[in-house]
Design a protein around this ligand. Structure first.
Ligand code: CAA
Length: 287
């Protein structure tokens, strides 16, 4: 049984809004924090849309949706995380921004044994923990997109995380209906260490003219029974995020398989981030 009832989520992008949604749906009291009101409004709209989708598909009642939304507060002040039992940081993969957030949480969150978690895909938990005076409370809690659908959470203790923190993070994941895989504090953990080189290989195939995005994706969907192909998946993850994870993997291991290919770099330079920006390997502007 988890003693966590008050959850803070920092960041209301794709991942943060999904984490907030599953937390509110599980009956937890949620505060979602964003840097500015435009980003906060976009996150709120994303959560409402996803909750409505569950109602439209008869997975939840309208009353349950309303109750979950009533449990969710939105704020542009990280100070509103002061009374939280757990705070999950889910901002973009930018280490200096994350370090700043962990430093602030350290001074803000009152409960001394509160769990300070990061949804980072690739940044060492140890580095984030050292931005606080309580590294024993810091743990990785890595969700997968779309959060309401995918059942996995990777839990990543650092060298200094105490076992009580890890156990409370596991209990929270169970409350959210997720299955836990414990992963080492190494860039990419378990899933991205396997998934990202595969996505980069598919991008290199496009770059080399080996095949088209459509044919590569059809190949993996129809020939290997993946739910979606690697180029569509990279578009869904976000090409900026895919690049950021590849950068972290390459910085950690210095192996060519992790280096982001030039085509990915240029697409990110061009603002072609995939589904969220309207264009990536596919065009989503009509959707
Ligand atoms: N929110 C809530 N529910 C959603 C959803 C969302 N954003 N997207 C899809 N769903 C639900 C649908 O309602 C539907 O539910 P039912 O079957 O009960 O009706 C179900 O998921 C399937 O959806 P669709 O029929 O619309 O579409 P689909 O069958 O093509 O599935 C998908 C879409 C769930 C995204 C599926 O293609 C999939 O699982 N793809 C792989 C995703 C993946 O690999 N994610 C990991 C990315 S890596 C990562 O996140 C980590 C990182 O650090 C980068």
């Amino acid at each position: 049984m988890s003693d966590i009832t008050r959850v803070g989520v920092i960041g209301a992008g794709l991942m943060g809004s999904g984490i907030a949604e599953v937390s509110a749906n599980a009956g937890l009291d949620v505060v979602v924090v964003e840097a500015d009101s435009a980003a906060l409004d976009a996150g709120r709209a994303r959560i409402e849309k996803s909750m409505q989708r569950a109602v439209d598909k008869s997975k939840r009642s309208a009353e349950d949706r309303d109750a979950a939304l009533a449990r969710t507060a939105f704020s542009v002040d990280i100070g509103d995380c002061a009374d939280r039992d757990v705070v999950i940081e889910a901002v973009a993969e930018n280490e200096s921004v994350k370090l700043d957030i962990f430093g602030k949480l350290d001074t803000i969150v009152r409960r001394r044994d509160a769990v300070l978690a990061s949804n980072t895909s690739s940044i060492p938990i140890m580095r984030l923990a050292m931005a606080t005076s309580r590294p024993e409370n810091v743990v990785g809690l890595h969700f997968f997109n779309p959060v309401p659908v995918l059942k996995l959470v990777e839990i990543i203790p650092s060298l200094l995380t105490d076992s009580g923190t890890t156990e409370r993070a596991e209990a929270l994941a169970a409350t959210l209906g997720k299955t836990v895989v414990r992963a080492p504090d190494r860039a990419g953990f378990v899933v991205n260490a396997l998934l990202v080189p595969y996505l980069l290989s598919a991008i290199r195939m496009v770059e080399a003219g080996h095949s088209t995005p459509e044919d590569i994706d059809n190949g993996m969907v129809l020939g290997a029974s993946h739910p979606m192909g690697p180029l569509r998946l990279a578009d869904m993850i976000g090409l900026d995020t895919t690049k950021a994870v590849a950068d972290s993997l390459y910085a950690e291991y210095r192996e060519p398989q992790y280096a982001p290919p030039p085509l990915l770099l240029r697409m990110v330079d061009a603002g072609l981030y995939g589904k969220k920006s309207g264009r990536g390997f596919y065009d989503y502007r009509g959707e």
